[in-house]
Design a protein. Structure first.
Length: 376
């Protein structure tokens, strides 16, 4: 093996290949974005203006508009809206519904372990990306007071895309949820860019790229798929079978398509893993704001539904799933030996349940059958 091609970033070792991309190669995607969705949100705002309020209290704010419902209602009233409506209801030729169904089953087979990853690695560890943090800081997305609600919204989306084939097909709850996320991203992006037009110092587009750019959206799908199978699950002692990996990534490639994300990187496991490793190198560089938001996440989730866990337990789990190097840079405290042992024991239980489901199909089917009504 050519040692000059070996890399180690944030505790992850890998070989650099022609499939990997440097920061300079990824940079153009910082300035491209889902322009069709932006155009459609602008048109929807003209057709159905949002309600204005001066209240800073969430309880006093008017209900959020259902942008998906507005898109469906006005799809025939405007060429851009029609174009988007047709796109999101057209199933790509590369979709294999049986494979997508198997990908959904992967989520339920390893559900508890996957949720651990989404909470403590994808979400909390994601605060190590300065560009993502710059956008979140301007939307109040992870202030301590709203972090729990945002987490539950994310959890709801994951469940909706995983529940059944009907849920992920056009018109299903998972499909609609994904399109709503796409329109929400476009709305946030448009607002920030409008503010930049008024005050160029509000957000440094040249340095940080367009907010919620194509690269940001690729990174988002990465946190739900590739980071789960190659980082978060192995750090809990769980390694998926190759077919499970292929199926799970195929599910999230389809979700990415609905969300307007360039999805070519998720066409194969090789390209998907190379993108994950490229993002680790180019995008993860914790800054002060990210440290603050990471602390807010822990504060917002401490001893609350759905985890009801202590700060010390969450700190220990975050260190387990993100590695000591990234945890140190995010200023996540080192925990006592008691909590380290507790985490190892917890991961052993999670691993036992996961492998029990995998090796005994009757348990697997029973587990999925029991879990579905709970999530519904």
């Amino acid at each position: 093996m050519d040692n000059s091609k070996l890399r180690n970033h944030w505790g992850v070792s890998f070989k650099w290949t022609e499939l990997h991309q440097t920061r300079e190669q990824l940079r153009p995607q910082m300035f491209t974005y889902d322009k069709l969705a932006n155009d459609c949100v602008k048109r929807l705002n003209e057709l159905s203006p949002p309600t204005k309020t001066n209240s800073t209290s969430e309880s006093n704010r008017p209900p959020k508009r259902d942008l998906f419902a507005l898109l469906e209602k006005h799809a025939d009233d405007d060429s851009k809206l029609k174009q988007l409506w047709t796109e999101i209801n057209t199933v790509p030729e590369w979709v294999d519904w049986e494979q997508v169904k198997r990908g959904q089953e992967v989520f339920f087979r390893y559900g508890l372990a996957v949720l651990n990853v989404l909470n403590f690695e994808s979400l909390l560890g994601g605060m190590g990306s300065p560009r993502v943090v710059e956008t979140l800081a301007r939307t109040g997305g992870f202030s301590a007071t709203v972090v729990r609600r945002r987490l539950l919204e994310t959890l709801q989306h994951v469940l909706q895309v995983s529940l059944s084939l009907d849920s992920i097909k056009p018109g299903g709850s998972g499909h609609q949820s994904s399109v709503r996320v796409r329109l929400l991203h476009a709305s946030v992006r448009s607002k920030i860019l409008d503010l930049v037009d008024q005050d160029p110092d509000y957000y440094d587009v040249q340095n940080w790229g367009v907010p919620i750019s194509d690269l940001d959206c690729i990174a988002t799908i990465n946190t739900f798929s590739t980071s789960v199978v190659w980082l978060g699950l192995p750090r809990q002692g769980i390694r998926l079978r190759e077919q499970e990996i292929v199926d799970y990534i195929a599910l999230w490639r389809l979700v990415g398509y609905y969300m307007g994300t360039p999805n070519e990187a998720f066409a194969t496991t090789a390209t998907a893993r190379a993108m994950m490793e490229s993002l680790l190198v180019s995008e993860v560089h914790p800054k002060e704001t990210g440290i603050v938001l990471a602390k807010n996440i822990v504060i917002g989730l401490e001893n609350t539904f759905p985890t009801f866990t202590s700060k010390e337990f969450m700190d220990a789990m975050a260190r387990q799933l993100n590695g000591d190097q990234l945890a140190d840079d995010l200023d996540i405290p080192r925990t006592s030996l008691y909590y380290q042992i507790l985490i190892y024991g917890y991961c052993f239980v999670v691993m036992t349940i996961a492998y029990g489901n995998r090796f005994f199909p009757v348990f697997d089917k029973a587990s999925i059958a029991v879990s579905l009504p709970f999530y519904l």
